[in-house]
Design a protein around this ligand. Structure first.
Ligand code: NDP
Length: 419
């Protein structure tokens, strides 16, 4: 029996909410709150008579701590699931601390305004000290560790697929398959085709910021940064086939380097088609990916926000996306004194997801782990207080829940390694 407040009602939140409503014995009451209440009402209406979960809705601007505090105080949830945007992570964490409620999200904090001089000074210092230049990093949320510990609360960070399930795969490999892990390669393959020349599978602003940034990986405890898309590999993915993939910076590299410190190299690769890359480069070259406001016909516009308005809504891609995703981790290391390799991954079919929850697989592979993470917190499987990423918890009940609720694991004990 629990009450959950979900903030956000976009592509990922819609899947997470639909999945929570399939587990009504745990998610007995759920409030969907977002900036645009009409979207929450439409989703609640579509769930009517299909679930025993009691669903209500609310309007909230989660950029404002006092609005989130007022909502939490009136709804009194056991858990707040932040599935809005990374820009709201800190305000929602602040509100959870004020109200004494557990917190979780699917992406780590980054500021909406990267020109803010106060933020920029801290960011530039971090770039020099750490050696990677992505706008997002864990330092902002890790700074809340003591406060959450002292309040006896849990904050679960980044509980989507990547970050999220990929870290549970790492914890699982460490617990069951290896005495010592030497290398981790995280491979994120989307073999889906939506038929558009260019569209993003989740929030365009967050997605394009991420993939147009320099790539980076960790080697012997240090970050190595490379120009965007400058390391390319080909890989033959199970159930998808041969794809080009590119090395990217990704948030779980940072926490895995802290939590599995013996690993000598951690890399993250994502597949992209040529059409996506050509469009992205062109948009970048003409300044459309910029977050800095420009004056246009007497009013200020932010180029990447204008671009977002032109691109298809990721939530609308469901009916037209065909094909599969394959996301997982390849490990090398030692077990009982012998060299060992191991690959654990999930294959997910876009059309199967659409049939089940009216969404494509990218939102599905993020929304299902968000529901399963909430399930771990609400059923007392994950109880550590403080601020934690997924690999810090027991992976077994979480992977069992993923197997059960739509993202079953596959294993390969002799995988082809990435050179
Ligand atoms: P969408 O843009 O589809 O949805 C975002 C939702 O948040 C919208 O409902 C939006 O409201 C709401 N929102 C935005 N700002 C505010 C605000 N100030 N107050 C209240 N609500 C607000 O995003 P996605 O569903 O694609 O992504 C959701 C999250 O999931 C993102 O953080 C993304 O980075 C993360 N993600 C994580 C992945 C992983 O594997 N870990 C993979 C993919 C995504 P409105 O409708 O008014 O715009």
């Amino acid at each position: 029996m629990s009450r959950v407040l979900v903030i956000g009602c976009g592509g990922v939140a819609s899947v997470a909410i639909r999945k929570c409503c399939q587990v009504s014995e745990v998610f007995t009451e759920l409030c969907i709150a977002s900036r645009t209440k009409s979207k929450c009402d439409a989703l609640a209406e579509s769930l009517k008579d299909k679930t025993d979960t009691v669903v209500t809705t609310a309007q909230v601007n989660a950029d404002k701590v006092d609005e989130v505090v007022a909502l939490i105080n009136s709804y009194k949830p056991d858990l707040v699931m932040n599935i809005a945007l990374p820009y709201q992570d800190l305000t929602i964490m602040d509100a959870c601390l004020i109200c004494g409620v557990n917190y979780m999200d699917t992406a780590n904090y980054e500021p909406e305004d990267t020109d803010d001089p106060e933020w920029r000074a801290i960011y530039e210092k971090r770039c020099k000290e750490k050696g990677f230049s992505a706008y997002f990093d864990y330092s902002w949320q890790w700074a809340y560790k003591e406060k959450f510990e002292q309040a006896g609360l849990t904050a679960l960070l980044g509980c989507g697929f990547d970050p999220g399930v990929t870290q549970a795969y790492c914890a699982y490999a460490k617990k069951h398959e290896f005495d010592e892990i030497d290398t981790i390669d995280i491979l994120d393959c989307n073999g889906g085709d939506h038929g558009y020349a260019f569209a993003t599978n989740f929030n365009p602003e967050v997605n394009l910021r991420e993939v147009s940034a320099p790539g980076s990986y960790i080697e012997n405890g240090k970050w190595v940064e490379i120009p965007a898309m400058s390391i390319k590999r080909e890989y033959d993915f199970d159930k998808v086939g041969q794809k080009d993939m590119y090395l990217l910076h990704h948030e779980e590299l940072e926490s895995l380097a802290v939590n599995i410190p013996e690993v000598k190299r951690i890399r993250f690769f994502m597949t992209f088609g040529q059409s996506y890359l050509t469009h992205m480069k062109c948009l970048e070259n003409v300044g459309m990916l910029s977050t800095t406001p420009v004056m246009f016909e007497g009013r200020e516009i932010v180029p990447i926000k204008f671009l977002k308005a032109l691109l298809p809504d990721p939530a609308s891609l469901g009916p037209r996306t065909h094909g599969k995703t394959n996301i997982g981790c390849i490990f090398t290391g030692k077990k009982d004194g012998k060299d060992k390799t191991y690959y654990i991954y999930n294959v997910c079919d876009h059309q199967e997801c659409y049939k089940e929850v009216e969404s494509q697989a990218i939102s599905y592979t993020t929304g299902v782990p968000a529901m399963c993470g909430a399930l771990m917190l609400l059923t007392g499987k994950w109880t550590d207080k403080g601020v934690h990423t997924v690999e810090e918890f027991d992976p077994d009940p979480f992977l069992d829940a993923l197997d059960k609720y739509g993202l079953p694991r596959s294993e390969n004990f002799d995988p082809v390694l990435v050179e």
